[in-house]
Design a protein around this ligand. Structure first.
Ligand code: NA7
Length: 564
């Protein structure tokens, strides 16, 4: 891709010269823009959508909700903001989360530095000038920046399977991750849904209530727990707000950024009746807390199977047709090794007369025809086909931008065999380019907002450090990155995560290298590692220039901070 020409000073003729560009207007980009402005940097946020909200801007399918409780899935960095906003439900709906994003944007006056309906298509590092040159799909709209923060989201690049004949389908084709903003009226229609992950589990019961008939195409059965969503009593919310400091503190100290913590008891050491009682209690309480019933569920396969077996029994109990129940029953992978699904009336939906389940392992889609889907068992006529097939997660959004660092190194080429980062924040050969929740960080394994806030603060701090010390660029060293990649792999080694074909491993996208991408050591451990690195003088980061100005580290000189 061509970058606009440069004048004698090296700056692009038409580019907007600016300190920083933030790519993406989700919760990461919004907070990053705010922080960089607080540091005094001229900053622009570029967003492909026409508003803030990121994944919540695009995922407008009916039934879309957060699977983390709303009071936890919210910013903590500003007391006034967290106290002014009142969530109305235990698990907030997509429209409410979008309203929240808009409320925060207004409170922080973010819109004046946001450029919507614009997609960054290339970011090239100009080695002579130590600047990034960014091109967008708006032609002349280009940027010349010292810093780039990729806040492009972990689950933002839709995964649309290439199934033969899909273009010939005469009905409507939709993906849950890019749902039409005007909504879709499915009343009276014959609808097919492909995919039974988190999105499928939410959309299937909602569509079943509208459609004349719903056919669900399932490749892998999921473990779904009930949400037990409910309105939040305003008095309860009021009292809860008083405890926000403590809630936020607990989230910071947890392995997954939530206030759910494993009880200090092993499933395998617990008598079966007591164990069952605990599972029942958590099933009735609802939400992802089910996985925290015992400390060994996510580490020991036998312990895990006691929890999995509980869900299997629930499926048999809820679903009236035993053969449908069997098809819905996950057997081949541990519970929690893919993200556990949270739904409302998911299994019950299969008792409806207007819902049919197709097991793609028994009866795969041969082709899509003009009229619907062809399987070995016959043709299924459809008016609308919904792909709830997830995302090219963690690397997809970045790989769709032409990113080139030193010596023209392409990020996509560098990551061909799997993503390589230091802390999930930086990548060697890409100076001053930061990732929020990049691969190699815990991000998607817990409460993503907590991870976002941590990364944004960390990135702001290192930029503040550079400015205070007169450094032009910072870059991860190759050695530090290699060690970090090893550390990420070591953390994943031996975990149950490796026993499922999940998007954590890239297994859902044909041809993607099978690498466990998030850091599995837990949020608190990861946060500790990041602090160690800062306290060690940004160990593993190379700063390009040394000055005699005051150091961030008290007695240490800036050159102490310049480490390889
Ligand atoms: P997920 O969790 O990746 O689920 C996608 C579903 O689509 C899953 O059941 C897949 O089956 C199925 N799928 C994917 N490709 C195909 C093809 N080619 N044929 C048939 N079925 C397919 O995405 P979600 O959107 O539900 O959730 C993503 C995250 O968003 C979630 O984890 C939360 O963090 C929020 P598979 O299991 O791959 O066999």
């Amino acid at each position: 891709m061509d970058i606009p020409p440069h004048n004698a000073s090296g700056a692009s003729r038409s580019a907007t010269v600016i300190d920083a560009v933030v790519v993406g207007g989700g919760f990461a980009g919004m907070y990053m823009l705010h922080q960089l402005r607080c540091l005094g940097l001229s900053t622009v946020l570029i967003e492909a959508g026409s508003g803030f909200g990121g994944t919540w801007f695009w995922n407008r399918y009916p039934g879309a909700r957060c699977d983390i409780e709303s009071v936890q899935y919210s910013y903590s960095f500003d007391d006034a903001i967290q106290n002014e906003w009142t969530w109305s439900e235990r698990f907030s709906t997509q429209p409410e989360i979008l309203r929240y994003a808009s409320f925060v944007a207004d409170r922080l006056d973010l819109r004046r530095d946001a450029k919507f309906d614009t997609r960054v298509i290339a970011a090239h590092f100009d080695e002579q000038r130590h600047r990034w040159l960014l091109s967008t799909d708006s032609g002349d709209d280009t940027y010349d920046a010292q810093y780039v923060v990729m806040a492009t989201g972990s689950i933002s690049a839709a995964n649309l399977p290439s199934i033969e004949g899909v273009d010939s389908f005469e009905g409507r084709v939709l993906h849950t991750g890019s749902w039409p903003h005007e909504g879709v009226d499915l009343r009276g229609q014959r609808v097919g849904v492909v995919g039974t992950g988190s999105s499928g589990v939410q959309v299937i019961p909602t569509i079943a209530e509208q459609a004349a008939h719903l056919t669900v195409f399932q490749r892998t059965p999921c473990y779904a727990v009930p949400a037990r969503n409910s309105p939040l009593d305003p008095e309860y919310v009021q009292s809860l707000k008083k405890t926000y400091p403590e809630l936020r503190r607990l989230a910071q100290l947890s392995p997954n950024g939530t206030i759910h913590n494993f009880v200090d008891q092993r499933a395998l050491d617990t008598p079966p009746e007591e164990r069952e009682q605990r599972y029942e209690e958590l099933w009735n309480r609802g939400g992802t807390g089910f996985l925290f019933a015992f400390s060994d569920i996510v580490t020991d396969e036998h312990a895990n199977d006691t929890a999995a077996e509980f869900i299997r029994r629930k499926i048999r109990h809820i679903v009236r047709d035993p053969s449908v129940a069997e098809t819905l029953t996950p057997r081949d992978y541990p519970i929690g090794s893919k993200r556990i699904c949270v739904g409302t009336g998911y299994y019950e939906t299969y008792n409806r007369d207007n819902v049919t389940l197709v097991d793609l392992l028994e009866s795969p889609i041969e082709t899509i025809t003009g009229a619907g889907v062809r399987t070995p068992d016959g043709d299924i006529e459809l008016d609308t086909l919904v792909f709830a097939t997830g995302f090219d997660a963690m690397t997809g959004a970045l790989s769709r931008i032409d990113i080139r660092g030193r010596d023209g190194v392409e990020l996509l080429a560098k990551w061909k065999a799997g993503p390589r980062t230091y802390l999930g924040i930086a990548s060697a050969d890409f100076p001053n380019l930061f990732l929020v929740n990049g691969p190699g960080s815990p991000s998607v394994l817990g409460n993503v907002i907590v991870s976002i806030e941590h990364h944004v603060q960390w990135i702001s701090t290192i930029i503040g450090f550079m400015r205070a010390n007169g450094f032009d660029t910072v870059e991860a060293s190759v050695e530090a990155e290699d060690d970090w990649v090893d550390e990420v792999n070591d953390e994943a080694e031996g975990t149950l995560f490796l026993k499922a074909n999940s998007w954590y491993l890239g297994a859902n996208v044909p041809g993607k290298p099978r690498i466990f991408m998030p850091y599995a050591g837990g949020f608190i451990k990861y946060r500790g590692r990041c602090s160690e690195i800062v306290n060690g003088g940004y160990t593993g980061f190379e700063f390009d220039r040394d000055t005699s100005s005051a150091s961030y580290f008290g007695e240490k000189s800036p050159s102490d901070a310049k480490r390889a």
